[in-house]
Write a protein that binds this ligand. Structure first.
Ligand SMILES: NC(=O)c1ccc[n+]([C@@H]2O[C@H](COP(=O)([O-])OP(=O)(O)OC[C@H]3O[C@@H](n4cnc5c(N)ncnc54)[C@H](OP(=O)(O)O)[C@@H]3O)[C@@H](O)[C@H]2O)c1
Length: 392
């Protein structure tokens, strides 16, 4: 199919875009390499950037134009409105996590930016500091704590690092489970033996939340960044294929993981309610946002950032760049819903799935209580972490 036609179709978010863009199924299993084997032309890079981000955020139904989404996460928070709050954001080194860190730090919250390396954490913290300085906001309570969701031992030791950095007895007001990967072309296996998308997007966050339970305030807010791509899970969660062992496809795995975020949220809320714990769990779709999320389908991190830095170098690439800019939300806009959920006190939202700052209806397969319970139990088994809310 002609490149521009594809681009056009994807940009309009037509009903079944995935087949046009993504290889339907990748059977291969590779140990850990990031990225694809084949080199991608820059033209494909730019086009797939649009497709990737659009698909990340879309839908199998038509979305509102970005122009309509004037609100940004930064607009939603005013200085000194979050003083005394402690917020932990996973995947804060870039994209929506970094934007959320900026907005919540602007409000005066203590913000813990998790990152996979000291360097990424320091760079992200500098970005937040520069933003605060430009806004004339004083907030030194920014911390980096290392976290790699693809390593369960690292996840399990996160609370110790958190306590060491923030001080004993520090309690968390907001846990934003934001980190994620999308559409990894081949079935990659983590050191724990799980398919990477499943572990990064769901299992790691499940274990992290369980381990952080004793550190959460009883009325904490747990925000799980999902996606409308949950619809790519088709008829619902395949409990016999959580790990992609029966069948793997890059979009299928992403869709399942985003459905898992939603089901985990609902089950967490049900269990908290049953225990009489006033925590609030929500999930959300940020929109189709121009972040670095498509990097795994684009040859990996190195290729992605090199090409991003170089920018468009010819007329065709300029057109594609303009299309990206027009089609997708900026990270500032995309972070609005998760920032809203972190900063609001609206009690109506418990257990709900949000988009555009509002709760959304979900189909039956995304509200299946039996499935959510079974996912919870399997997640406990696979992560080796018993999830008890009692210590909260
Ligand atoms: N962008 C969209 O259009 C869109 C749409 C719907 C939903 N979402 C969701 O939004 C969330 C944030 O994505 P984004 O768009 O901001 O993408 P992004 O710019 O690629 O940011 C993803 C973040 O997750 C981190 N991360 C990935 N794997 C990790 C792991 N194993 N352990 C710890 N951190 C890890 C990354 O850290 P590194 O830099 O170290 O890799 C990075 O900080 C994701 O959950 C995504 O599914 C995004």
């Amino acid at each position: 199919m002609n490149l521009f036609l594809k681009l056009f179709l994807v940009s309009l978010s037509l009903t079944q875009p995935c087949e046009a863009w993504a290889p339907s199924s990748v059977e291969s299993s590779s140990a850990s390499s990031a990225g694809t084997k084949d080199g991608l032309s820059r033209r494909n890079f730019m086009a797939t950037s649009v497709a990737g981000a659009v698909l990340a955020g879309t839908s199998l139904t038509v979305q509102p134009a970005p122009a309509a989404a004037a609100t940004t996460g930064l607009d939603l928070v005013q200085p000194n409105t979050l003083n005394g709050k402690v917020v932990v954001i996973t995947g804060a080194s870039t994209g929506l996590g970094l934007e959320s860190a900026k907005a919540l730090a602007k409000g005066g919250a203590t913000v813990v930016l998790t990152a996979r390396s000291e360097k990424k954490g320091a760079t992200a913290t500098d970005v937040v500091k520069q933003y605060l300085q430009a806004e004339g906001v004083q907030n030194d309570k920014l911390y980096t704590v290392l976290l790699d969701l693809d390593d369960l031992a690292n996840v399990k030791s996160f609370p110790a690092r958190f306590e060491k950095t923030l001080g004993e007895g520090t309690k968390i007001d907001v846990l934003m489970n934001n980190a994620g990967v999308m559409a990894i072309p081949d079935r990659q296996i983590t050191k724990d033996g799980y398919e990477r998308t499943f572990q990064s997007n769901h299992l790691g966050h499940f274990a992290l939340t369980a381990k952080l339970t004793p550190y959460l305030k009883s009325d904490a807010r747990i925000i799980n960044v999902s996606s409308l791509a949950y619809q790519m899970a088709g008829k619902g969660l395949d409990l016999d294929n959580l790990n992609g062992e029966k069948e793997y496809s890059q979009w299928g795995s992403y869709g399942q993981s985003k459905l898992e975020n939603i089901l985990f949220t609902q089950e967490l809320q049900r269990r908290a309610d049953a225990e009489g714990i006033p925590l609030t769990a929500t999930s959300l779709h940020p929109g189709a946002v121009n972040t670095d999320l498509a990097r795994n389908m684009m040859g990996g991190e190195k290729v992605w950032y090199e090409k991003k830095e170089r920018g468009p170098t010819n007329a065709m690439e300029n057109i594609l760049q303009a299309t990206i800019n027009k089609t997708l939300l900026t990270p500032e806009q995309g972070a609005a819903t998760q920032v809203y959920l972190a900063a609001t006190n609206d009690a109506e939202e418990k257990g709900k799935f949000y988009s555009d700052l509002k709760p959304q209806k979900l189909p039956a397969f995304a509200t299946d209580e039996q499935m959510a319970k079974a996912l919870w139990e399997q997640s406990e088994q696979l992560s080796g972490v018993k999830f008890s809310l009692k210590g909260n």
